[in-house]
Design a protein around this ligand. Structure first.
Ligand code: NI
Length: 260
């Protein structure tokens, strides 16, 4: 069995003590690839460094909406230089977060930064990994307007079934993680049942979002298996089949991980 954890943060200090063991456990669980996403320029540098140091690790580079600020030409140049790296698979995570940000001016700054990074991704021929928290309307409008010629994933999908229909029609993927396994995951199982099987990715968002049966603990890439099990249950297929399908999907969108 082969799984890819398409969204993790192994650069997080919660892994500083035992990173090698965490990666070894992932491999034992059948996880052959892990994409770590940056959220600032500093953490992006760190995930690129990790990807270079360990087999099976890849990186996404970019600035997360919670870290919104005016971007500079120097930021653009650094992101462009990282994009040349064979293990930098995405621009991410980028997007909008209206849950943590209520101030209209700061939200405007998020939008500006998001659009600038979408532009960069297009120029750099990289897919994007998108964070969307309680900003569905604005996010979808921006993707419709600015997403031409781009490919990407709405990670930790939390939108409606209607929005998912739009997303799939536009050729974008969705990523699911721990919340799919929660008892109160009202609409997510329905969305996964509806989703074209070639447009779904599994992820952990480790160290956050640990799935049942490890909910509440520090999450890690090995646990992506629990998410894949739930996807398999919803699709009515074996775990091996769901793993193979979602891994193909991951390689399809994040083409640089094909070198696994
Ligand atoms: Ni994340």
């Amino acid at each position: 069995m082969e799984l890819v954890d398409t969204h993790a943060h192994l650069n997080d200090e919660k892994f500083s003590e035992d990173l090698a063991e965490v990666v070894a456990r992932a491999k034992e669980a059948g996880v052959s690839g892990i994409i770590n996403m940056g959220d600032t320029m500093e953490s992006s540098a760190r995930v690129v460094e990790l990807a270079g140091a360990m087999e099976g690790l890849f990186a996404g580079v970019g600035i997360h909406p919670e870290e919104a600020r005016e971007m500079t030409g120097e930021d653009d140049d650094r992101l462009a230089a990282w994009a040349e790296n064979p293990k930098v698979a995405a621009i991410g995570e980028i997007g909008l977060d209206y849950y943590w940000e209520k101030d209209p001016e700061r939200r405007l700054l998020q939008k500006k930064m998001f659009i600038r990074q979408l532009d960069l991704a297009r120029q750099l021929h990289l897919p994007v990994c998108i964070h969307d928290r309680e900003a569905h309307g604005d996010l979808l409008a921006i993707l419709k307007r600015e997403g031409k010629g781009l490919r990407g994933v709405l990670h930790c999908y939390s939108g409606s079934l209607e929005m998912a229909r739009d997303i799939f029609r536009m050729g974008w993927f969705i990523g699911v993680d721990g919340p799919l396994t929660f008892k109160n995951a009202a609409k997510l199982p329905e969305i996964i049942a509806y989703a074209p099987r070639d447009m779904v990715l599994v992820e952990t968002d480790a160290p956050y979002m640990a799935p049942v049966p490890v909910r509440g603990k520090r999450n890690e890439p090995a646990y992506v298996r629990h998410v894949a099990e739930k996807v398999a249950e919803i699709w009515g297929v074996s775990l091996e089949e769901a793993a193979a399908q979602t891994t193909r999907n991951a390689e399809h969108i994040y083409t640089k991980i094909k070198s696994l």
